[in-house]
Design a protein around this ligand. Structure first.
Ligand code: MTE
Ligand code: MO
Length: 298
């Protein structure tokens, strides 16, 4: 399929893989214990305030809310065989086998700026395919306006779902035009390898102009709907998390500023950089929100 997007970021911008691998240690302050990274790479521990903000947010709550839980427990998740149910307002609803999807897709590397946790960013080389291509397989019907996503729910493999920290299964949503945008991909790999379980194997959404929590992991169901679908973080805390969740330095989270961020790998003395509207992808996506008040539609 003809893809309409070109990387502006290059391999030179990519966060070194060792730092990516060691990120949880970097963010969790374990760096001092020598647990950081392959190849002996050692990153700095962020200052305590930032550390607090980060550790309050975990990356894959189905495996627990403790900062080390995803890496510790996600290995239990069985990711093969895997299928994705595509239903709702589509011409060809059904269970789409992941291996069959992969056989049909063009897998490309995309280097994206990614907000991994709220005030930290990285530049990550993802491998994947455009979500639009998957939706094409199912045939989106005229009445569809939104896309709802659901993560697998397997209590026997996911120790965190015993706790009602979120309303399981984890769900997310995009407006149809956001979902069809060429920047929106389903990632199946990272740094040229299969995606690790804790990052959402075997396929997870990546929507690079939005905050990290929109990028739902280990997707098993995609439903085309007419109405705006519920999202996990909005259900848990509607004041703090809206449906859109576009990266926006002008709209603070009620508990912290979103105006600046730090690039992982910058080290403890790295200056905070100004956060860019739409995470730096304004040229590509601002038109989707023309005329919308982004303060009320946060
Ligand atoms: N199913 C599911 N998806 C999820 C989460 C989660 O807890 N469960 N956490 C989200 C949050 S808060 C973030 S910041 C990103 C983190 O993705 P990463 O670990 O690949 O950086 O995943 C998002 N996707
Ligand atoms: Mo997050």
């Amino acid at each position: 399929m003809a893809h309409r997007w070109t990387n502006r970021l290059t391999a030179r911008d990519v966060t070194p893989e060792a730092l990516w691998l060691g990120r949880r240690a970097v963010l969790g302050g374990l760096a001092g214990l020598g647990l950081v990274g392959a190849g002996g790479a050692r990153a700095d521990t962020p200052e305590p305030n930032a550390w607090e903000d980060i550790t309050r947010y975990n990356n894959y709550y189905e495996f627990g809310t403790d900062k080390g839980d995803p890496a510790r427990h996600a290995g239990r998740l069985t990711t093969s065989p895997w299928s994705v149910r595509i239903d709702g307002l589509v011409d060809r609803p059904g269970d789409y086998d992941f291996a069959a999807i992969m056989a049909k897709m063009t897998i490309e590397e995309r280097i994206y700026r990614f907000r991994c946790v709220e005030a930290w960013s990285m530049v990550v080389p993802w491998n994947g395919f455009e979500l639009a291509d998957l939706l094409d397989m199912a045939g989106v019907q005229a009445g569809a306006r939104y896309v709802a996503f659901e993560t697998v729910l397997r209590p026997e493999e996911m120790p965190g779902v015993r706790y009602p920290v979120l309303d399981w299964p984890y769900v997310e949503g995009l407006r149809l035009d956001e979902a069809l945008h060429p920047l929106t991909i389903m990632a199946t790999g990272i740094y040229g390898r299969d995606i690790p379980n804790q990052n959402g194997a075997p396929l997870r959404l990546v929507c690079p102009w939005k905050y990290g929590f929109k990028s739902i992991k280990s997707v098993v169901r995609i439903t085309l709907t007419e109405a705006e679908p519920p999202t996990s973080w909005n259900k848990a805390n509607p004041r703090e998390y809206g449906f859109y969740s576009n990266v926006n330095p002008e709209v603070d989270h009620p508990r912290w500023s979103q105006a600046t961020e730090r690039r992982i790998g910058g080290g403890i003395f790295a200056r905070r950089e100004p956060t860019l509207i739409f995470n730096g992808y304004a040229d590509e996506v601002a038109a989707l929100y023309a005329g919308m008040d982004l303060k009320t539609n946060y």
